[in-house]
Design a protein. Structure first.
Length: 360
């Protein structure tokens, strides 16, 4: 049986611990598909030591393999430091969209009136991230001014808009939300223009454009009758996806996938990760929730299937079902009201994969 190659970006603190736990599902053989892992050390210490060259090497390897899996990493706040590896990876693989899906966690009551999935399709590059920033005037004085020059491209707006409509068509959802195009008709209006254009190309997909502030309010107050797919700017999507995941019970309950798309919206590179941070207060305690990292592994298998590894589709379904079934049966970490440790959850998922509960 031919296997798949996955580039693994090691990270920091609890992010690395969760990655190592989740990788047990690939290394155990229970998924019946060989997975070859190529590791790159993206810890803060190694990024500093290599002046970020390790991030460039990881991105190049990901372009070659087409598949990646990343642990959470530390982004240092200091000016002149190594900055965010996420931005460098996105630029290195020519990523255009990030997809994060909030969905019901079995056995966990959501914090808002949500039952159908909510998919945030966010710009992967541009906007507030990597923008040129400058301060002028006397430092600390009332007259000091801070300025930032943000930039988005028509091609990225088009990719976000079109992928949103394709996703909505696939899951039977509505394209909902949008930027603040009334206040910023030139800058944010570019995404709205592409959303409108995509709507004409996909007339069978319901389309309900709503300003970003009203979108937040609607998500928290309205019970939708079908899945929602929300196209967004980079910064808006970052904030929005954290809210959406938390609405379903935990930001650690779903995966995030960075996509580099060709002209037909077919993924050339897919890098999955857990969207939560490195949780320094949880390091070494074996209590962090591994669900997002396990689901990220399933997402990698999904995209391996898209790339032609047929057996990966069944493996992805088995892993996703085992992870969600564990939650349904009460094998949950503290953030979901349970008492299981990180390794307890992964042990249970491995047991379900090796001995399915309903197998003859």
């Amino acid at each position: 049986m031919s296997g798949i190659d996955v580039v693994v970006c090691d990270g920091d603190e609890t992010g690395q611990e969760l990655l190592e736990e989740a990788l047990r599902v690939f290394q155990s053989g229970v998924l019946d598909i060989p997975v070859r892992l190529e590791h790159f050390d993206l810890s803060l210490a190694n990024r500093r030591r290599t002046a970020n060259s390790v991030v460039s090497d990881a991105a190049a390897a990901m372009v070659e393999a087409g598949l990646g899996l990343k642990a959470a990493t530390i982004t240092p706040p200091g000016i002149g430091d190594v900055g965010s590896p996420n931005r460098l990876l996105r630029e290195g693989v020519d990523g255009s969209v990030i997809v994060r899906t909030g969905r019901r966690i079995p056995g966990v009551a959501p914090l808002a009136p949500v039952s159908h999935p909510i998919v945030v399709v966010r710009m992967a590059v541009g906007d507030a991230y990597g923008a040129d920033e400058v301060r002028s005037g006397n430092a600390g004085s009332p007259g000091e001014v801070a300025c930032r020059t943000e930039r988005i491209t028509r091609s990225t707006c088009r990719a976000v808009a079109d992928y949103s409509f394709v996703t909505a068509s696939t899951i039977g959802g509505v394209v909902f939300g949008g930027p603040k195009w009334t206040v910023s008709p030139v800058y944010e209006g570019m995404l709205k223009e592409e959303m409108d254009a995509a709507a004409t190309r996909h007339p069978h997909v319901p389309y309900h454009p709503v300003l970003i502030d009203a979108s937040y309010a609607a998500l928290l107050s309205d019970a939708a009758r079908q899945p929602r797919v929300i196209p967004s700017l980079n910064r808006d999507g970052d904030c929005l996806s954290d809210l959406v995941l938390a609405m379903f019970g935990s930001i650690a309950g779903a995966e995030s996938v960075l996509l580099s798309l060709d002209d037909d919206l077919t993924p050339r590179v897919a890098m999955a990760e857990a969207p939560h941070g490195t949780a320094p207060s949880l390091v070494g305690k074996n209590v962090a929730n591994p669900m997002a990292m396990l689901l990220a592994c399933a997402a990698v298998l999904d995209h391996a299937a898209i790339r032609g590894a047929a057996s990966a589709s069944n493996a992805a379904t088995r892993l996703r079902n085992a992870t969600l079934d564990a939650a349904l049966d009460g094998v949950r970490t503290l953030d979901l009201g349970g008492e299981a440790s990180t390794s307890d959850v992964v042990d249970n998922v491995l047991e379900r994969l090796q001995h399915p509960p309903h197998a003859d």
